[in-house]
Write a protein that binds this ligand. Sequence first.
Ligand code: GLU
Length: 446
Amino acid sequence: MTAPIVRFAPSPTGRLHVGNVRTALINWLYAKGQQGKFILRIDDTDTERSTKEYEDALKVDLEWLGLVWADTFNQSDRFGEYDAAAEKLRGMGLLYPCFESADELERKRKIALSRGRPPVYDRAALDLSDEEKAKLEAEGRKPHWRFKLSGERVEWNDLVRGPQSIDTSSLSDPILIREDGSYLYTLPSVVDDIEAGITHVVRGEDHVTNSGAQIEIFKALGGTAPDMAHTPLLIGADGQGLSKRLGSLSMGELRAQGYEPMAVCSLLAKIGTSDNVEARETLDQLVEEFSFDKIGRAPARFDEAELLAVNATLLHALPFEAVKDRLAAVDPRAADEAFWTVVRANCSLLPDVAAWVETVFGTITPVIDDEDKEFVTTAAGLLPEGELTGETWSQWANAVKAETGRKGRGLFMTLRKALTGQDHGPDMGALLPLIGRERALERLQG
Ligand code: GLU
């Protein structure tokens, strides 16, 4: 088998979100595992809605995730090629002008439905004579252009969905060119896939029907259709579609919240597959584990709680060197190896360290219940002399126990709440030296 060439083809009309990143990731993992090539195609034929800012942002997002591309190009630079392909199809009688307005099409659709027929375009435009077309154009009507489907079955063996068969007689001839001359993605995509030698089109299952038409366009333009893989869509933990929440699930948003890129990749590579979701530290591990055979047919469930759990697991194993700069950006006091090593197990997201910076180095409100006041004062007097070390806590606790007779929760939780103002947190033995004698004594005074 020759090395695969795949592409990820986002439209720069918004930020990348978990849905399209999953498509990018699957393409990338497959290419990488087969020593193939991953191309980034910018689908910006819709010049009204596409922006350079979104294009730049999606590149930054892909780089952040580590999904580097071997090559990239913009469809907006290739209108000449699309025009040539359209001309070729016209010459073959496979691209024909239609003059129906949106209202007329809607009316036809409703009539078909009311008669119990599928709302398939009736090809009335094919019956227009040259004079009729000339007359319509003279009236100022501009045509949109449809591809003439063969009416036969199109079949392919989908790498995710298995054998597929689409009866093109049940489909409307797809519009390839709008009234204003702009291209829908259907034709440019095929033209580019042929030219780039794309071997596998991997995308969401919302494109399955398009694939029926596109396979016919590949053939008409003299290309061979690539292999196809259509992945099930993402749903939320509640079983609902994610479309309304994709804004908050954009890479920009997840990154701003402090998520690790490998948490996003670990989760998106595994949901909807036969593998369990587990934190992976490198993309190479995900490459090793990737196979189209593992992707199921059911929608993939994206659960933010699971993303957070994966993120926490990754964070807990991150060495100081790997996060030093990001810690400093949260708070200069956080860029301290001993501090990070102690608090990381209590952080799910890296910015969670901010609260621990306050707990350790800042000002807190000690929590000392009235009945514990005397006990805490006694304990303060027993704090071992000299520098506080990793041993101090247990030495101190022993001394306090011997003096007061308290043990267990009544001793440890009482001191924790007095020293940190909280009833949970990192190991006190490790935390105490960071808090230091001065702050510890001050807090024990309430
Ligand atoms: N720009 C199209 C989309 O994002 C590309 C689809 C494809 O991968 O062919 O839906």
